[in-house]
Design a protein around this ligand. Structure first.
Ligand code: FNR
Length: 182
């Protein structure tokens, strides 16, 4: 089964994006294996650290490279992405010429309580991930406008229309990966 490295730009307890990631993992079960990567122990990006790279950095790059694909889930902070996610994208993109994102089939999605469901934040992730070499899934887009109860305590989607849409998103990601990875 193809593996997807899930990188979530929020690690707070009760994160809507972590919850969306778990719901998508559930919908992908049997088709794609989701692996949630740890990014909150990555230091703030500093080129000098490459002289003696922290274990968190080498682990993150190794895990990202081992996955067939990536899924980036971003919160929207001030109409951009979170520093946590941008930092992970930047670490993965270096050293120059050794980007772990290079040619990686990658999808971008995000959840917020706002009406535009991270549309503005995702645009920034798209720019950075594309610059790092990821092969982005352009359609469908997933701007998840979260409301209480839409995802239940077992990470199941309670609204049928939303569940079908998210299932279609996961299926499109699987097809995107199949097109690019043998
Ligand atoms: C936000 N939030 C937010 N929401 C939004 O839709 N557009 C925005 O520009 C912002 N800006 C913003 C800035 C900062 C610094 C914070 C902390 C929050 C609200 C945000 O969508 C909400 O807190 C989400 O719940 C964050 O995602 P997680 O942590 O639930 O995954």
């Amino acid at each position: 089964m193809k593996t997807v490295a899930v990188v979530v730009g929020s690690v707070r307890e009760g994160s809507l994006n972590q919850q969306l990631g778990r719901a998508l993992a559930k919908l992908a079960a049997g088709k794609l294996a989701f692996r949630f990567l740890k990014i909150d122990d990555l230091p703030m990006y500093n080129d000098d650290l490459w002289k003696n790279p922290p274990e968190a950095v080498t682990r993150f790059k190794r895990e990202l490279e081992a996955a067939d694909a990536a899924l980036l889930l971003t919160p929207e902070y001030n109409r951009s992405t979170s520093p946590l996610l941008k930092n992970a994208i930047d670490w993965g993109s270096r050293p120059y010429g050794k980007s772990s994102w290079m040619h990686k089939p990658t999808a971008i999605a995000g959840a917020s309580p706002g009406a535009i469901g991270t549309a503005a934040g995702q645009a920034h992730v798209r720019t950075a991930a594309s610059a790092a070499g990821a092969l982005l899934m352009s359609q469908p887009e997933l701007y998840f406008s979260a409301r209480p109860g839409l995802i239940d305590a077992d990470d199941a989607i309670t609204d049928e229309g939303t569940r079908k849409f998210l299932q279609g998103y996961v299926d499109a990601l699987a097809a995107h990966i199949d097109r690019l990875v043998r």
